[in-house]
Write a protein that binds this ligand. Structure first.
Ligand code: GLC
Length: 738
């Protein structure tokens, strides 16, 4: 030992494990704790209860939960939040024999107190930095409220807008979804767990939940393994590679086996091929539901199937709590299976620092400081970048200053709760900035007039007539239409995704006055609105943008911010087209607009093309793409091709553009899509400015899963396409893989 070692270093050295003179690693701490635990205490760590009212007036269920916590039968609670309540419940856990701290989990999906745009809206920003920033603010607030763990990001690829949970993810594309999954995990968890502005993230719902048959929530999923690996697993792998602390499985079956009892998913893929060391929590009672699926004979059978398949923690089914000890004692479940699950859970508790200080996240002073911090500017920035400009005829937008009479019409003009969407657990509606308030913050009251035009689902002829009269007296009409917060989200599948109620009738009547009409659409999913799309002068898709929605939308409508959002999901003309997505297979009889559709792959009563395509979004300025160059037109698997092109701002507004790179493998042993997103670059240009955009095409980008599930590239010709949307390709070329 060097003589110059300081006293502090010496002190640190002495804290090492006497056995080896080495600092005890977390795994060593986990193992030594595990050896002290009874089977009951081990099973306790795999048991999670919801404690929504735990700290409220006692009732049987609550006293059962409290006594279970005190007796070491609980490893985690969800839906307990706030420093006071989490501290109170953690104190119960400190009465248990081994004083193992609880994990507090919560659905912090897009913000805790400061509400950010729903995840699908954020995905429309294609801005990984702001997406990570949004997650970091959410983590900071949640961690200050005693939360250790969020059940996010939801990374399910979704290609059917009838499925209400499309709002929670990053849309239809595995490449974009993978990039966003990584950004969200890093945003929530920071560089590593342990900080008080970082919480455990949870990649969910593993797996393929977004492909529920007919878009009906909780339904079966049936797909080839090639499709599973090619299209639905990549965002989960990206989350795992980003170090996501936990996974959550899903309610659906995959090819006949419930995900929560699916060892192919949880052991062969996740803990095997991907060597995942975090833990898997079931979805709410998903283990218990295996009996209803007809997969488990009874609760004990469900417990056995789930733990053996790799479901480490049981959320609210209570089947581990009631059956696992007996199953181990009977030898029906091996002790080492339980030990592995317990190790995974304990490891996270050590990583969070909870054994050093169980109350580390329940700090009243920090709670006060953080909730005294104004994160609204961040929320406003993310919100405005999530808005997609769908239409802008005759430069209706940005609004001219000359308008003296602006009529604000529609059921969502003054909406506040709806702006928070269906996954905001404690939205403070008073804090939400409505569209009307956004206008009040910019325009004089004398310039504004308002009428609701009836409720979303019950507008009367009088309501509509009142709106028409108001429109007639105005220079321009701004309409806010769409869905209420509870029309999209979990268990909110819709067979018809038209803009609900009589809102298009309201629009048509107002538009018939001849006044210019700008439509702001607010929803959690793509909607169908063909009359509006055909007749409105301008349309912005404003999703559900959270706390700063009103200010962000007005920033865009007034041109304070030039919109740059691009759709992360396809919008159909007709319900019957779904599932509809851009990366489709060509078929042997492609319909590409021929005069007759006879004997072609087409609908006789609807178009094949979408209303708005993946990657689509307008700007107040225009961009010119030119001068595409490849440094070579042939590559081997060891090489790569550098592609550059020039993009110029040819309009009069500064603007951002998401330059998208698509590839098509023209011939392969498994038919490949007509195009797949393989790169994107978000650039910002002043009027007249231009820049060079550069992509590197590596062999990795050319790989796909063949029929033997080998992830390989195959020699042949490839088409490359660079554009402003999946259906707006500006430059294209070909190259060969030798
Ligand atoms: C729900 C959802 C899941 C959520 C969990 C806890 O049913 O499926 O996404 O995290 O239960 O609220």
């Amino acid at each position: 030992m060097s003589k110059t070692m300081t006293a502090a270093m010496l002190l640190a050295a002495l804290s090492f494990n006497p056995l080896f003179g080495q600092k005890k690693t977390i795994d060593q701490k986990v193992d030594s704790l595990l050896q002290k635990m009874t089977i009951e205490e081990k099973v306790g760590q795999l048991n999670q209860y919801s404690g929504r009212e735990l700290t409220g007036p006692a009732s049987d269920k609550k006293t059962d939960i409290a006594s279970d916590i005190k007796n070491g039968w609980v490893g985690s609670m969800l839906n307990v939040k706030g420093v006071k309540d989490t501290r109170e419940v953690q104190e119960m856990a400190m009465q248990s024999r081994l004083k193992i701290p609880l994990l507090f989990g919560l659905d912090v999906i897009h913000g805790y107190s400061t509400i950010f745009p729903i995840p699908l809206a954020e995905a429309a920003s294609w801005d990984l930095e702001v997406i990570a920033q949004s997650a970091h603010v959410a983590a900071t607030e949640a961690a200050a409220a005693g939360i250790h763990w969020t059940f996010a990001p939801m990374v399910d690829v979704a290609r059917d807008a009838r499925w209400g949970r499309v709002m929670e993810g990053a849309g239809e594309d595995p490449f974009l979804g993978s990039m966003i999954a990584k950004a969200r995990v890093i945003g929530f968890q920071g560089k590593q767990l342990g900080g008080t502005d970082a919480i455990m993230a949870c990649a969910k719902h593993f797996a393929a939940y977004g492909a529920a048959i007919a878009g009906r929530d909780y339904n079966a999923v049936d797909m080839s393994e090639v499709t599973l690996w090619q299209d639905y697993l990549p965002p989960f792998k990206a989350a795992a590679d980003a170090g996501v602390a936990t996974f959550m499985n899903s309610f659906n079956t995959l090819n006949g086996v419930p995900a929560t009892g699916n060892s192919y998913l949880q052991r062969t893929i996740l803990k095997g091929k991907w060597n995942y060391t975090g833990f898997v929590v079931s979805d709410w009672n998903s283990i218990g539901e295996m009996t209803r699926w007809g997969y488990a004979e009874n609760a004990a059978d469900a417990a056995s199937k789930a733990i053996n398949a790799g479901s480490d923690m049981d959320m609210e089914a209570r089947v581990y709590r009631r059956n696992l000890v007996e199953l181990v004692k009977q030898g029906k479940v091996k002790q080492n299976i339980v030990d592995d699950a317990v190790r995974r859970v304990l490891r996270k508790k050590f990583e969070l620092g909870l054994f050093d200080d169980p109350y580390k996240f329940s700090d009243a002073a920090r709670e006060q400081k953080v909730f005294g911090t104004d994160f609204n500017p961040v929320a406003r920035d993310v919100a405005k970048k999530s808005i997609v400009l769908l239409k802008n005829e005759r430069n209706t937008l940005p609004l001219q200053n000359s308008y003296n009479k602006i009529a604000l019409i529609g059921p969502l003009v003054k909406a506040k709760r709806d702006l928070a969407g269906s996954w905001s657990l404690t939205p403070d509606s008073a804090k939400m900035i409505s569209l009307y308030q956004g206008f009040e913050n910019v325009y004089k009251a004398t310039q504004l007039s308002y009428t609701k035009g009836g409720e979303i689902l019950s507008a009367t002829d009088e309501d509509i007539q009142q709106a028409v009269e108001l429109a007639k007296q105005s220079d321009i009409v701004i309409m806010a239409l769409g869905e209420t917060w509870d029309m999209t989200g979990e268990s909110k599948s819709r067979a018809d995704i038209h803009v609900p109620g009589k809102q298009e009738a309201l629009f048509n009547a107002v538009k018939a006055t001849g006044k210019p009409v700008v439509v702001v659409l607010m929803a959690g999913r793509p909607m169908i609105f063909n009359d509006i799309a055909d007749k409105a002068d301008a349309i912005v898709y404003a999703w559900w943008l959270g706390t700063e929605a009103g200010n962000a939308i007005v920033d865009v409508l007034t041109g304070k911010y030039n919109p740059a959002g691009k759709l992360p999901v396809t919008f159909p003309h007709d319900n019957g087209q779904m599932p509809l997505y851009y990366a489709y297979l060509n078929t042997g009889r492609p319909y590409v607009g021929q005069k007759s559709k006879q004997y072609l792959s087409a609908y006789i009563d609807a178009p094949n093309t979408p209303r708005y395509a993946f990657g689509y979004g307008l700007s107040y300025t225009t961009f010119k793409y030119s001068d595409m160059k490849l440094d070579r037109t042939e590559m081997t698997a060891k090489d790569s091709i550098v592609v550059t092109c020039t993009v110029a701002n040819t309009g009069k507004y500064t603007g951002e553009e998401v330059v998208q790179l698509y590839l098509r493998d023209e011939f392969a042993s498994v038919v490949r899509p007509v195009k797949e997103l393989k790169g994107f670059s978000k650039i910002k240009l002043e009027p007249g400015q231009q820049t060079t955009v550069r992509f590197v095409i590596s062999n990795e980008l050319l790989k796909f899963y063949n029929s033997q599930l080998q992830y390989i590239s195959e020699p042949g010709s490839f088409k490359l396409m660079i554009g402003s949307a999946s259906d707006d390709i500006r430059l294209d070329g070909t190259f060969k893989l030798k």
